[in-house]
Design a protein around this ligand. Structure first.
Ligand SMILES: Nc1ncnc2c1ncn2[C@@H]1O[C@H](COP(=O)(O)OP(=O)(O)OP(=O)(O)O)[C@@H](O)[C@H]1O
Length: 348
């Protein structure tokens, strides 16, 4: 794994004295060439500041930011210019020129870089084809849907063949279906064009669908980082657990649990379903072997990086000793949550 971006002990502070804002605090991480790296956190966590340090839009207060062989934190504005052509950026609000056509918007960075008209035309045609908007070349942004505008934003960001794409909440202004379409395009940018992509988001669904690895930010710090599947299956921090919970929606809330307990006979348990440790077939076999009936009353299983992940909530009926044995067996290979506080409310 070759790093293309490296943060080493990076701090970014805005202002001074008692009013100073520590937007990024002591961040050390590597982003590998060719990966899609997610940065997730709530508003104000420092995500945008972190990525703006990559292209030098913000300067580190201390520590080193290294991008593709250059120490960004020590480059002058002039020295930054060639590096910036290697880094494309897409924004939540698209940032298109409303008075220019789609083709002119995409051509804009090439015009600034001094490409002649013929080369610009050929490159714009190629880019519009890649993002599926060849027929909109002469349209104005106002005539496009949100998803189409973001595709123009992506085409423009790709214009000068960057190696890195920074996507700052690129789908936050879009509806779920259009989000999928744009995320699909970003995947192609990674797999077909080979760009390293850094995605900033507050939505774990975006991380789940798109990213290889993720860093969770809270109050300027990276509080957790790892392969997306590992972070989903073993979240270490409360903030991470909340993000994972919003994406999976596989576990019943306390209110739903109380309702399930009142309307289903038996003992309620929630069993984690994971590829390596707890396939659903193995879970169901464990119950069947001990003649325990397990009615599935809630749950959700999704795919993360093409591997199954989620949980099932079951209402168990059978001999109490057999249920205890089955749960003990399950706990040897997966996580089981039971609900002792519901015991009095459950019907037997
Ligand atoms: N130019 C600036 N001057 C002063 N404070 C700033 C500046 N830019 C960011 N901040 C502050 O730094 C902190 C981190 O902001 P940042 O925009 O990086 O967070 P974020 O996680 O991207 O949030 P959001 O999702 O709302 O954009 C916030 O408290 C913000 O107010």
């Amino acid at each position: 794994m070759t790093p293309i971006i490296r943060f080493d002990g990076v701090h970014k502070t805005f202002g001074e004295g008692p009013r100073a804002v520590h937007a990024v605090e002591d961040v050390t991480l590597d982003i590998h060439e060719g990966e899609i790296f997610g940065v997730i956190g709530y508003s104000g966590a420092g995500k945008s500041t972190l990525v703006r340090l990559v292209n030098g839009l913000e300067r580190a207060s201390s520590g080193t930011v290294w991008v593709d062989g250059h120490t960004v934190s020590s480059l002058s504005e002039k020295q930054l210019r060639p590096l910036r052509t290697d880094i494309g950026m897409v924004f939540q609000q698209f940032n298109l020129f409303s008075s220019k056509s789609v083709a002119e918007n995409v051509a804009y960075p090439l015009r600034v870089a001094g490409w002649d008209a013929e080369r610009r035309r050929a490159r714009v045609a190629e880019l519009l084809q890649f993002v599926g908007l060849s027929d909109k070349a002469e349209a104005r942004p106002a005539e496009l849907s949100g998803g189409q505008k973001q595709r123009v934003g992506i085409a423009r960001a790709l214009a000068s063949h960057p190696k890195i794409l920074l996507a700052d909440e690129a789908t936050s202004a879009l509806d779920p279906e259009t989000t999928r379409e744009v995320l699909g395009l970003l995947r192609r940018v990674n797999s077909e064009l080979g760009l390293t992509i850094v995605v900033i988001t507050h939505e774990m669904d975006v991380v789940k669908y798109l990213c290889d690895r993720v860093a969770v930010m809270e109050h300027g710090r990276v509080v957790e980082m790892g392969a997306v599947y590992d972070v989903f299956s073993h979240p270490q921090q409360e903030a991470t657990r909340r993000f994972v919970g919003t994406s999976l929606r596989d576990r019943p809330s306390p209110e739903v649990l109380a309702r399930l307990a009142a309307s289903h006979p038996g003992t309620l348990v929630t069993v984690a379903v994971q590829e390596d440790t707890g396939s659903s077939a193995r879970i169901m076999r464990t119950f069947a072997d001990r003649e325990v009936d397990g009615a599935i009353v809630y749950g959700g299983i999704t795919e993360i990086g093409e591997r199954p992940f989620g949980s099932l909530t079951l209402a168990l009926t059978g001999e109490p000793a057999a249920i205890d044995q089955a749960l003990a067996e399950l706990r040897r290979f997966t996580t089981v949550e039971d609900y002792p506080s519901l015991a009095g409310r459950e019907r037997s």
